[in-house]
Design a protein around this ligand. Structure first.
Ligand code: MG
Length: 398
């Protein structure tokens, strides 16, 4: 296929779920895609070593100097001679604004994605955004900077990719509502009482999607859908009141746009993250993929839809309530959620405590209106500290 461009990619978070699936696509389209930078965490240096040998990037970023030494040791004589190995936040920023890169894929999880995304936008790099936390915490500043620099932010989150695809050719004036679909997670059919006793392994069993542990827990609490309302609000520049949540257990309709004339235009496909990643890497072109399985509507037979249960999923309600706010509240919600989910994954608290602790942190926050990036980082640090404090406090005192 004759494509109009060749894309050089900086991949932040190369050994996580999004990173691995991105590399799977790059491997299959080497005539059009090339990786120029890889960034990964301390726990996956061996995987990163194999990726460096296979994809031969110009630059690699690891968190610490110690990781850098370990990586050099692991690479040994196989280290490509021109490879730069950088570290920490400065290293992530260097990877995100690398002169040879055309597109930054932000596959890192959490607020750690904010600064590198900001710097990439300022350097004029297009972004394939898989890090929803960046827009949740800092949507207003990131989107206005992107606008200023003529940067395209192409969503990788499957729902936002579906909306982005359904919006091609139309403007915001044509829209009545965005419909964000969600599977309802592993607890969709559980009663509220049963959910009180949910365990970590129950929460990690997502019915349809294969994703990293943090987002899988966010799907179990439905916080993921709540964060996606906030992400959609900034990405598509719409009031949160125009963004509705629809539970769709089969995860086939990935989201839809309801237009003013009553037409609902959506995007369907198998629940496989390689589909929205593939679209973002090749946007605006439609390129054949041998990696993503085809959807067989006949075999599928039926699709079902139901309203979300806000009583059973208080995290979704909390996020919906702060989504409209032009303050530091969404940033606090996101940061506290990261700490609380991480503590849950480390078996430090039961599932039912997640919304209670979040609510406690939100109620203690003094929101700053129209925050700049400094206000956002300050609120983020405050929320993490408060969440840590509450996670370590006796349950009866919350
Ligand atoms: Mg999603």
């Amino acid at each position: 296929m004759q494509l109009s461009k060749f894309t050089r990619i900086s991949l932040l978070g190369s050994t996580g779920s999004i990173g691995l699936q991105t590399l799977d696509i790059v491997e299959n389209h080497q005539e059009h895609l090339q990786v120029v930078a890889l960034c990964a965490g301390s726990n996956s240096l061996e995987k990163l070593t194999a990726q460096i040998i296979q994809f031969k990037p110009d630059l690699v970023c690891v968190p610490t100097e110690e990781d850098r030494k370990k990586l050099i040791e692991l690479l040994g004589a196989r280290r490509p001679w021109k490879l730069d190995i950088v570290t920490g936040e400065a290293g992530l920023i260097a990877a995100a604004s690398l002169s040879s890169c055309d597109l930054v894929v932000t596959g890192v999880v959490g607020a750690v994605g904010i600064k590198p995304t900001w710097q990439a936008v300022r350097a004029g790099k297009n972004i394939a955004l898989a890090n929803k936390e960046t827009l949740v915490a800092a949507g207003s500043v990131i989107m206005s900077e992107a606008h200023k620099n003529g940067v395209k932010i192409i969503p990788v989150d499957s729902e936002h990719s579906a909306i982005f695809q359904s919006l091609q050719g139309y403007s915001n004036d044509d829209i009545d509502y965005l419909w964000l679909t969600g599977s309802g997670g592993p607890f969709r059919t559980w009663s509220k009482e049963m959910m009180e006793g949910a365990t970590k392994s129950d929460a990690l069993k997502h019915p349809n999607w294969s994703m990293g542990p943090k987002i899988t827990i966010d799907s179990a609490t439905m916080m993921n859908k709540g964060l996606e309302i906030i992400e959609a609000r900034w990405l598509f520049n719409l009031s949160a009141k125009k963004i509705k949540v629809l539970v769709h257990p089969q995860s086939i309709l990935h989201s839809a746009v309801e237009y003013k004339d009553g037409s609902i235009v959506g995007q369907m496909g198998v629940p496989d993250m390689r589909l929205p990643i593939h679209y973002a890497l090749f946007y605006p072109e439609r390129v054949p993929s041998s990696r993503v399985p085809r959807l067989d509507l006949v075999k599928l037979g039926s699709l079902t839809f139901e309203p979300p249960d806000y009583d059973k999923f208080p995290c979704l309600l909390m996020a919906k309530e702060v989504a409209e706010s032009d303050t530091t509240l969404p940033c606090v919600l996101n940061a506290a959620n990261e700490v609380i989910v991480d503590s849950f994954l480390k078996d430090l608290l039961p599932f039912k405590q997640i919304p209670r602790l979040l609510e406690a942190v939100l109620s203690l926050h003094k929101p700053v209106k129209n925050p700049d990036l400094d206000d956002i980082f300050e609120a983020d640090a405050w929320a993490r500290q408060e969440a840590f404090r509450l996670v370590s406090a006796p349950i009866s005192s919350i």
